[in-house]
Design a protein around this ligand. Structure first.
Ligand SMILES: [Zn+2]
Length: 477
């Protein structure tokens, strides 16, 4: 038996009643939460973690992340979605070898655990061969987190790769059920009226696995794709619609009526241009929400960012819309408590894992995060715990993380991560990509042209600082 006891924390259970327990202990025995309460007795040999001054919460759940792209962390910081598509889909994504997928996945997986994200959907659309897929799973299985492999391949139509015998063979060989490695099929529906994606949906139905799809992406996927899915009976409660940002009421009604959920990637939607982060639309239509980080080619894989930017985007739009009507918002719709729920229960519900993870309740699997940082002036006072998680806490405040009962981060340090090896593997991938593309193309890809900005004519007179006389001079031309 192994046991971990979090002692004397502010416990956000995220159970159905969102019970908050100050000064409480959380006892983990083997892979389960055994007990939550005040003054629990530690079993012999338990690892005790002093949670005084900290927040104990469920592990967070990211429902859409292209983990293979983490090998290019930050490369696309100034990209639009168009530049992303050109780079990965059209020009350079095909260069990735199985070992490159592996390197990116391992890095992304540890990054998630470091940030308290205990379950991540690896939206793995760079699987050009099943050797790539084996490498992706090898990587995920080498890291003690909970993952869902969402199998995809942007170099082929989904009706092609999903029909290949080696795909079926891969699923039989590597996907065994169990809740440490789940499985989805990941592909997009273009809206082509002949609906070639139908064959891939049939494979998913045959295998009994959910489909996750980038929907409502400006310029790429639209209402036609949703309508085709719906008319053919492929919209299910297990379907996860990623972004769902540029859709009409009709599509949102179809999603709501069939019980699906939306994975909102606010940072992605804001920078890349899939459409305005749709939480306001999802609220109006009663559609369940989970959160995601999309890809570390732009953003880091922590859900503190997702919670913060999602609150900001929703509120920003609400204020803007009111100001256009010459009105003032005096009460906000979206609350910090709601985004913490989306980062935990939203994910467990979307993935069909809500009976096992997503909240701290006796009997559930033990995915537990302690936010505590005695060296940080931002960790006190904790007056509004949900607000603290969403707007104050950051990755460096993740003190300890338990996944399936196992300590994977302890006192701010990852347990068992060989970072020098992970770094060396990623460096080899980067060197290979630079050599394959050529250094000029590599540099150009990272530095897109900036459109010209023309400063407006200004009816007022400019003021300039005159260094010679050390005075402001007026009317300078
Ligand atoms: Zn995506």
């Amino acid at each position: 038996m192994s046991a971990v006891l979090f002692r004397n924390g502010l416990v956000l259970t995220m159970d159905d009643s969102h019970n908050v327990m100050p000064g409480a202990d959380v006892l983990v025995v083997d892979d389960r939460i055994a007990e939550i309460g005040v003054g629990l007795t530690a079993p012999p040999g338990a690892v005790e973690i002093d949670a005084t001054g900290g927040i104990v919460m469920p592990g967070m759940i990211d429902t859409h992340r292209h983990m293979w792209q983490t090998a290019m962390r930050g490369y696309g910081a100034d990209w639009t979605l168009t530049q992303y598509f050109v780079w990965y889909y059209l020009e350079s994504g095909k260069h990735f070898r199985p070992e490159d997928i592996h390197a990116g996945n391992v890095l992304a997986a540890w990054e998630a655990l470091d940030a308290g994200v205990t379950t991540t959907v690896d939206w793995s659309h760079g699987l050009q061969t099943t050797q790539h897929a084996d490498a992706a799973v090898d990587a995920l299985e080498s890291v003690p987190g909970r993952f869902v492999l969402a199998y995809g391949n942007i170099q082929q139509g989904p009706w092609e790769w999903s029909a290949a015998p080696e795909f079926r063979d891969f699923v039989n060989r590597r996907i065994r059920g169990g809740d440490m490695l789940g499985f989805q099929m990941a592909f997009d529906v273009t809206g082509d009226p002949t609906f070639p994606e139908k064959a891939a949906f049939e494979v998913a139905r045959d295998l009994g696995v959910p489909v996750t799809t980038h929907a409502g992406v400006w310029g790429a996927t639209n209402d036609d794709g949703i309508r085709l899915m719906h008319e053919h009976g492929f919209m299910t409660p297990q379907t996860v619609y990623v972004h769902a940002a540029t859709l009409t009421h009709d599509s949102y009604h179809r999603i709501a009526a069939t019980g699906g959920s939306v994975s909102v990637s606010t940072e992605s939607e804001q920078s890349a241009g899939q459409g305005y982060p749709p939480t306001w639309q999802l609220r109006d239509h009663g559609i369940p929400v989970s959160l995601s980080m999309d890809t570390s080619v732009w953003w880091s894989g922590d859900l503190f960012s997702a919670m913060r930017t999602t609150l900001g985007a929703d509120r920003s739009r609400e204020h803007m819309a009111a100001h256009e009507r010459a009105e003032t918002v005096t009460q906000l719709h979206l609350r910090a408590e709601q985004v913490v729920d989306w980062a935990t229960r939203g994910g467990s519900r979307a993935l069909g894992l809500d009976d096992r993870i997503g909240s701290l309740e006796p009997g559930k699997k033990a995915d537990v995060v302690l936010l505590k940082n005695d060296n940080s002036p931002v960790m006190f006072p904790i007056l509004n715990p949900y607000g603290h998680v969403a707007f104050q806490a950051q990755r460096a405040d993740v003190h300890s993380v338990v996944v399936n009962g196992r300590l994977v981060k302890h006192e701010h340090r990852l347990v068992g991560a060989d970072l020098p090896k992970i770094r060396a593997d990623v460096e080899r991938t980067v060197e290979y990509l630079i050599a394959t593309m050529g250094p000029d193309a590599w540099a150009k890809g990272m530095n897109p042209d900036i459109p010209e900005t023309k400063v407006m004519d200004n009816p007022y007179t400019y003021t300039e600082w005159d260094a010679g006389s050390a005075q402001w001079k007026h009317g300078a031309s």
